[in-house]
Design a protein around this ligand. Structure first.
Ligand SMILES: [Zn+2]
Length: 170
C-alpha cells in the first residue's frame, strides 16, 4: 500500500489558491493543484515554491499565507502601496518600511535617496519609499520568515479616516 502523503505535492492534499483564496485540490501523483478559476499551480519540492503555470508567478508559504516572490521592483512597490492604503484606512500611519534583505539588489536604484547634506557622508543617505524610511530585514538565517515574506510596516495610530474623505481616493 502506498503512503498517502506521498501521493500529494509538498503542500498536501489541498491548498488555498493564492489568487482567489478558494480551497483547491491537488491532482494525485502529480505536483499540481488545480483552481477552477486560475488553472494549474505546480509545487516545486526543491525550492518549496508554488508556481502559477500561466503567469509564471512564484509563491512561498509562511504561516498558511502565500507570499508572491517578486522579480521586478514594481511588484514590491505595488504591494507596499496597497498595504499602506489598507493601514491608512484602518486608522494607522506607517513610520517605516522593512523590506526583505533578499530584495536588496533588486530594489537598489528604485528607492528614493535623501541627500546626506548634513553629514556629507557618501552612501549614508537614508533610502525612502513613498516618503517613508526604508530598512532591510535581518538575514533569513537569523529569522526564517524573511526567506518568505516581502516586507513589514512599522506603524503608529494616525488620524482615523472618515468615510466620505476616503471616497475621494477610490
Ligand atoms: Zn483561484
Amino acid at each position: 500500500m502506498m503512503n498517502s502523503a506521498l501521493q500529494y505535492p509538498i503542500f498536501g492534499s489541498e491548498i488555498q489558491c493564492p489568487h482567489c483564496h478558494q480551497t483547491i485540490p491537488a491532482l494525485t501523483l502529480t505536483d499540481t493543484y488545480l483552481c477552477p478559476r486560475h488553472g494549474a499551480f505546480e509545487a516545486n519540492p526543491q525550492t518549496g515554491e508554488l508556481i502559477h503555470l500561466q503567469s509564471g508567478r512564484h509563491w512561498r508559504r509562511w504561516d498558511s499565507q502565500w507570499y508572491r516572490q517578486h522579480t521586478h521592483p514594481d511588484g514590491i512597490r505595488f504591494e507596499i502601496h496597497e498595504a499602506l492604503d489598507k493601514l491608512y484606512t484602518q486608522g494607522y500611519r506607517a513610520t517605516r518600511v522593512i523590506i526583505a534583505r533578499r530584495y536588496k539588489d533588486l530594489m537598489s536604484g528604485y528607492l528614493e535617496r535623501s541627500t546626506p547634506w548634513r553629514n556629507g557622508g557618501g552612501d549614508n543617505g537614508a533610502s525612502r519609499l513613498y516618503g517613508l524610511p526604508v530598512e532591510f530585514s535581518p538575514e533569513a538565517v537569523d529569522d526564517p520568515c524573511w526567506e518568505v515574506i516581502n516586507f513589514d510596516l512599522e506603524k503608529e495610530p494616525g488620524v482615523p479616516v472618515r468615510y466620505p474623505y476616503f471616497r475621494l481616493f477610490e
